[in-house]
Design a protein around this ligand. Sequence first.
Ligand SMILES: Nc1nc2c(ncn2[C@@H]2O[C@H](COP(=O)(O)OP(=O)(O)OP(=O)(O)O)[C@@H](O)[C@H]2O)c(=O)[nH]1
Length: 303
Amino acid sequence: MVKEKQSVLIIEDEEVNIRVLGQILSREFNIDVATCGRDALVRAEQDEMPDLILLDVTMPDIDGYELCRQLSDNEKTRHIPIILITSEDQEKQEAYGLSLGAVDYIVKPFSVPVLVARVRTHLQLKRQRDMLSDLSVHDSLTGLYNRRKFDGYIEAEWRRACRNQTSLALVMLDVDLFKAYNDHYGHMAGDRCLQRIADCLLANIQRSGDLLARYGGEEFVAVLPELDRHDATVLAQKLCDAVAALTVPHAASTVADHVTLSGGVAAMVPDIDMPSSQLIEAADSALYAAKKAGRDCVQVYVG
Ligand SMILES: Nc1nc2c(ncn2[C@@H]2O[C@H](COP(=O)(O)OP(=O)(O)OP(=O)(O)O)[C@@H](O)[C@H]2O)c(=O)[nH]1
């Protein structure tokens, strides 16, 4: 999600510099401060990550260049632009800092308007990058995550479940007789129906590690870490019930007088040599079984 007000992490150990930078920048941005390298590494990785880091090269514990290298090498923090602040006005030092991953380099004593202008420019670029990356993982019709996000997420969760030897569950949901819905009510009404279903499913998936995505046209998928087969089945039924309770009329359905879903559930504790596609195929075959069993029901894969 792209933030309204962006945030800047100032990594600086001198009180007077913190005060000056804080005063200048807090008019436009949220400010966080770290006074040593170790604290900076923790703050850069927290849930509410900074959008930009102003890093003083001279720090008491970890050298600023080393800190810059660590932040740029870390998968979680590498996308945060870093501006180095230093009193060393040497071309070699500047080139070194930039080669470590910093996006800019400011020499003390600095001009306030120049510093603010550079911070603004890098934050604007960061905002544009965030918007692009947000668009690339969301489905434009429903606002849910898209297939690309799902593919990456299930892979990561599969590896985590394998490492921790915990269960990973997958629920696949497909709108029943949706071709007939489109044929009867028109494609635009079909789109609105999919949006209502998406909102409803999202409202009923609450745990922070869960991921709901639009898997294909009228198919949705939920990745549910640390859920076993039983609990995933309970959730899948709850999702189907919630959509049925919307009572969206479906006059062309042979199953009910309103829109219904079929669901397929699979859950596994992965082995090191099992691909994540095994879980997807299992949920898909359970969904196929639900369709064969007459639709408007949930079936579970029992391997
Ligand atoms: N309105 C709309 N329709 C879509 C969208 N994506 C896929 N569809 C339609 O969803 C329908 C799916 O049809 P089928 O795969 O035959 O399945 P079904 O009619 O739902 O039948 P069952 O799955 O067997 O219950 C197709 O007619 C697609 O055109 C979309 O974004 N908007």
